[in-house]
Design a protein around this ligand. Sequence first.
Ligand code: NAP
Length: 314
Amino acid sequence: MSKVYDVVILGAGPAGLAAGLYAGRSRLSTLIIEKGQDGGQIAITDEIENYPGQIVEGESGPSLIARMTKQAERFGVERVSDTIKEVQLEGDVKVLKSEKGEYQGKNVIIATGAYARPIGCKGEADFIGKGVSYCATCDANFFEDFEVYVVGGGDSAVEEAMYLSKFARKVTIIHRRDELRAAKSIQEKAFANPKIEFFWDSVVEEIYGEDILQGMIVKNVKTGETRKVEADPEDGMFGLFGFIGTIPNSKLFEGIIDMDERGYIKGDEDMHTNVPGVYVAGDVRIKSLRQVVTAAADGAIAATQVERSLSNYF
Ligand code: NAP
């Protein structure tokens, strides 16, 4: 029989790593399971400037996350790379199954995060990696001196547009309304950037090209007018980046854990879900502010609750 951990944490983003740090420091036997690279969404974020204490100019998400991983490891937290396919969460010992085997824990913290929402235009799936991307940090350098379009009006879209402007010749933000959702301080930088332009009240309806992205149809949602955007003939292609929010990684828990209609998991203020011994932390949770600082706080609270329940403080 496999080891029964005090707590198994699913996901090694800021929420999972903070939970690991707090659980490890409390001397709980702790396992973090992560299917990809550590960091979740922040692993693909170019610059983090609002995590308290982080004042190193231009420090990237991956570098912050590398420090978080190291810090959790220092307290004896174990980590495996695996993809959980099935969970049994009722009872005193929770079982998490993958193709490789199974893991057991007295408690589980769900910190599985969220992933980029597709733009939703016709042809999108055909051009992923051939002009369409959801990660500026990963793909910006492919568009050195090309034209790039960014869909969205939130913090991510505007910040990533600024990052892309370091590489691209021109960046056009396509937003479905006539004002941005992004924080004012971020907006100000974008408006002052001579490489950034805007298509207001607009959505991308369709994209096309021969093998690579060469054209798109953009619709003005107020007037109903459509315009064709074509690649500069000398470039032969352009980039289209989608930053229109996220979808929670919660499918595994459907029908087991209470969630809202979009799949975000319900947790109380101490991160308990409806299932005893199962907690939720970070972007996968229903919450009003999805930031590194709130994810880390969720993780800390969840791990502290686990520690208290095992010590019979309640
Ligand atoms: P977001 O704040 O939810 O913004 C999504 C944007 O995409 C909105 O402008 C929205 O338009 C637009 N949108 C949504 N669905 C769309 C659709 N189907 N078609 C076209 N446009 C659509 O998402 P986010 O920017 O990814 O940010 C997520 C969270 O992370 C937020 O809490 C944000 O504050 C935080 N974040 C913070 C920072 C930072 O502080 N440095 C950086 C990145 C992210 P509407 O405005 O019309 O709704």
